[in-house]
Design a binder for this molecule. Structure first.
Ligand SMILES: [Zn+2]
Length: 415
């Protein structure tokens, strides 16, 4: 009478069984990531379907990692759709949870009907990729394939050249590292903005490049946060491990070609509720070299904190050396806002609007300061060090002095 559906692209469940009108299931467990002295557990999401084979409506009880609703005090964020070719919408049936993996749901299925359930807003991979191509075409972007995923899928980027030429600074945007997080909403919103008249000055003076689905295999496999080799390469961004993580190798090669002045990487909170607030991870300004870039980063931070009402993440996470943002700032003095977290609890339209605001506000900071050329914004890249060991040592020392050391001393010296 009742069937579990997990045989579609993007289905994400750790196994389950049906007993009468009751479904007992587990959340999928991918490997736990250890990087930068912390552990990162992404095993919280589910996306699956139910099919009623009977002639009558069927009230179903779904128990994920629990026996029933007892002791589950919270109302989880649940999205549902009767068909996979329709967008998921907030569910209206009873649901309880513990703010983590334990979730109890009580949907009713129509006769011979299906219902797909998720504790996120799932982005169906094929529709997502097709929609991005449409948005790129509307904005006159160049679509490029910058590599192949481990399972041979195209890694796609959209490039919007600056009308004023190749010397203009580049804004680089990524999303889609962690498939259950609907952070691709931000990339879509930015691409819609780039196609609009409101972005005319930005398109004139700056170039933009978006790689909205950094981990396409993860989307098709229904992974919690990993690529096909089980690597969460947001945290383990190791471009040299091309055989395990070709996605990281290709993304780093793209980033090196772009030498971006500004980098956003979008993520999204989903099940976390009021425990988390939308906003950027902020790293200390002394990470940046030179007063110009430090001042620009500070102005952008101020504009972003206005948007989030002060919501942001500081502390150890933003300093993680293993991530792409750290590499970009070390090498190209790129101002980075990664991970920038949307929050699904605000709703899908608000997530889109928030993502667009994040980028347009920071871009406005560059336009207002007239810092729009690559050479104005980038300090001397560490990648361009001289070969001679003594001169190299001097260059690195200078960079250290200009960056962390002076930045650390400045508040102590009161200047
Ligand atoms: Zn994430």
């Amino acid at each position: 009478m009742l069937e579990l559906i997990t045989d579609f692209d993007g289905a994400n469940l750790g196994g389950g069984s049906v007993r009468g009108n009751r479904v007992l299931a587990k959340v999928r467990r991918d490997p736990i990531t250890r990087a930068d002295g912390s552990t990162h557990d992404y095993n919280y999401h589910f996306i699956f379907g139910l099919r009623n084979l009977g002639d009558a409506p069927l009230s179903v009880e779904v128990c994920l990692e629990c026996e029933g609703p007892d002791g589950l005090e919270q109302t989880p964020l649940v999205y549902a759709t009767p068909a996979l070719d329709q967008d998921f919408a907030p569910a209206v049936f009873p649901a309880r949870g513990d703010g983590a993996r334990r979730t109890w749901l009580q949907p009713t299925l129509p006769p011979h009907g299906e219902l797909y359930l998720a504790n996120t807003f799932p982005r169906r991979p094929e529709a997502l990729l097709a929609g991005l191509d449409d948005l790129a075409a509307q904005g006159g972007a160049r679509r490029g394939v910058y590599g192949q995923s481990l399972q041979g899928r195209d890694l796609t980027a959209y490039y919007y050249p600056a009308a004023q030429g190749p010397r203009q600074a580049c804004v680089f945007i990524t999303s889609g590292f962690h498939p259950p997080e609907p952070d691709t909403l931000a990339s879509e919103a930015v691409m819609a903005w780039l196609a609009s008249d409101q972005a005319a000055e930005a398109r004139q003076k700056l170039s933009f490049c978006l790689a909205p689905v950094a981990n396409p295999d993860g989307f098709f496999l229904g992974a919690q946060g990993h690529n096909a080799a089980g690597v969460n390469f947001y945290w383990e961004f190791q471009p040299k491990q091309e055989e395990r993580i070709p996605e990281a190798a290709a993304l780093w090669a793209l980033a090196k070609r772009l030498q971006p002045s500004l980098y956003f990487d979008f993520h999204a909170y989903t099940f976390q509720g009021a425990a988390k607030q939308a906003g950027p991870y902020l790293k200390p300004l002394w990470f940046y070299r030179g007063d110009t870039v430090r001042g620009l980063a500070q102005d952008m931070e101020t504009r972003l904190l206005e948007l989030t009402g002060g919501g942001c993440m500081r502390g150890a996470s933003p300093l993680a050396r293993s991530t792409l943002q750290a590499r970009l700032t070390t090498r190209y003095n790129t101002v980075t806002f990664a991970k920038y977290h949307l929050h699904l609890a605000q709703g899908v339209p608000a997530c889109r609007e928030h993502g667009c605001q994040v980028v347009s506000r920071c871009v406005q900071a560059m336009l207002d300061a007239d810092l729009i050329r690559r050479d104005q914004v980038l300090a001397r890249p560490w990648g361009a060090q001289p070969r001679d060991p003594l001169r190299k040592l001097r260059a690195v020392s200078e960079a250290l002095w200009e960056g962390p050391v002076k930045g650390f001393l400045r508040p102590l010296l009161g200047r």
